[in-house]
Design a protein around this ligand. Structure first.
Ligand code: NAI
Length: 333
């Protein structure tokens, strides 16, 4: 019996990389039935929202979704479809693995990190106002339940994956209340996981450490803004946004998505690299306990990347999206 998964193709290169993923899943014989769920710019034109309530309800019912990138105007205009989705479904945990891929040239080898970013609080609560015509304020919201559940999620993931260490990233030397409490709660939660080493590091220091010796970290847990920045920095360590998968997990639903944007400069040109979405889809297969399919997908993808012939230009290959996809389909064991 196949499992129904919500498919949100998104904008720009979203439909192209989703098409690649669907072809690969067909060849993989993965027992997944895709249910198209509208989102993005076209949906905004037709329905007045880039993430309408009907789409949120469809994901809630199906419980698992995979999503292509969606465009968000800068500085004004409509709300980010991602922010609406994460808030509506309370997808509190953003999981961003950063693992070296053989064949992708980077200054670092053997990077194997997982960043767990709190997804609903912090300055992303979007509480901003004007205090005076020339003074603006943005509130940073940190709560005990929000901090506790994300720290617990990080330790539980570390335990399940047999990881050795969880590092809390913060700025408690300056924000003594909000970040101080986050760190205090992290230390309380750590007591329930005595077999896992728990330590902490200040956010500016971690940036320097990550670009010097990223191998010293294992699982990292942090607030929304620091997590947003650090997870992109870590994507850079393994070859960029084109090879970084991710997931947004909550109690009601799980939404898997590539971390890059809509890449408007290459949209529709058969140049998009589907790797990040494929890595997210492998995480989705694991979430659905389809471990064998996830392993076969990763093995074939990594083999094609290591050979380097059929990969897209951003990976220094000469292949198109279609050629890259076909090569992955040919290499399943
Ligand atoms: P971007 O990630 O779309 O593009 C940055 C650069 O990376 C571009 O040169 C692009 O061609 C390249 N690139 C990105 N993904 C690629 C892929 N899979 N294959 C090959 N090259 C790739 O970032 P940008 O330009 O800042 O954002 C464009 C739009 O995407 C904006 O509207 C932004 O709001 C949205 N966005 C959406 C996200 C999401 O839905 N999760 C995440 C980030 C941005």
């Amino acid at each position: 019996m196949s499992i129904k998964v919500a498919l949100l193709k998104g904008d720009g290169i979203g439909p192209e990389i989703c098409q690649a993923m669907m072809e690969i899943f067909t060849q993989l014989k993965a027992p997944i039935e895709w249910i198209d769920v509208p989102c993005g710019e076209d949906t905004f034109e037709k329905m007045g929202s880039s993430m309408p309530i009907s789409s949120i309800d469809a994901i809630k019912e199906l419980k698992v979704a995979i999503k292509g990138p969606t465009a968000t105007p800068i500085g004004g205009g409509r709300k980010s479809a991602n922010v609406v989705l994460r808030k509506s479904l309370d997808l509190y945990s953003n999981v961003r693995p950063a693992q070296s891929i053989p064949g992708v040239e980077t200054p670092f080898k053997n990077v194997d990190l997982i960043i767990i970013r709190e997804n609903t609080e912090d300055v992303y609560a979007a509480i901003e106002h004007t205090l005076h015509p020339d003074v603006w304020q943005c509130l940073k919201i940190i709560t005990r339940p929000g901090s506790e559940r994300i720290c617990r999620y990080a330790f539980e993931m570390a335990r399940n994956l047999k990881r050795k260490k969880v590092t809390c990233v913060h700025k408690a030397n300056i924000m003594k209340l909000t970040d101080g409490k986050f760190l205090e709660i992290f230390r309380e939660v750590a007591k329930d996981f005595p077999e896992i080493e728990a330590n902490d590091v200040i956010v500016d220091n971690v940036c320097m450490q990550l670009v010097s010796k990223p191998q010293q970290y294992d699982v990292m847990v942090t607030q929304n803004l620091y997590g947003d920045i650090i997870s992109d920095l870590c994507a850079g360590l393994i070859g960029g946004l084109g090879v970084a998968g991710g997931a947004n997990i909550g109690k009601k639903a799980a939404v898997f998505e590539a971390v890059h944007g809509t890449a408007p400069d290459i949209a529709g040109k058969n140049m998009a690299n589907p790797t990040a979405l494929l890595l997210s889809s492998a995480m989705m297969l694991e979430h659905l306990k389809l471990f064998e399919e996830a392993k076969r997908l990763r093995n074939s993808l990594f083999k094609v990347i290591q050979e380097g012939k059929s990969t897209t230009k951003d990976l220094k290959g000469s292949g198109t999206t279609k050629e890259f996809t076909e090569a992955i389909c040919r290499n399943f064991t």
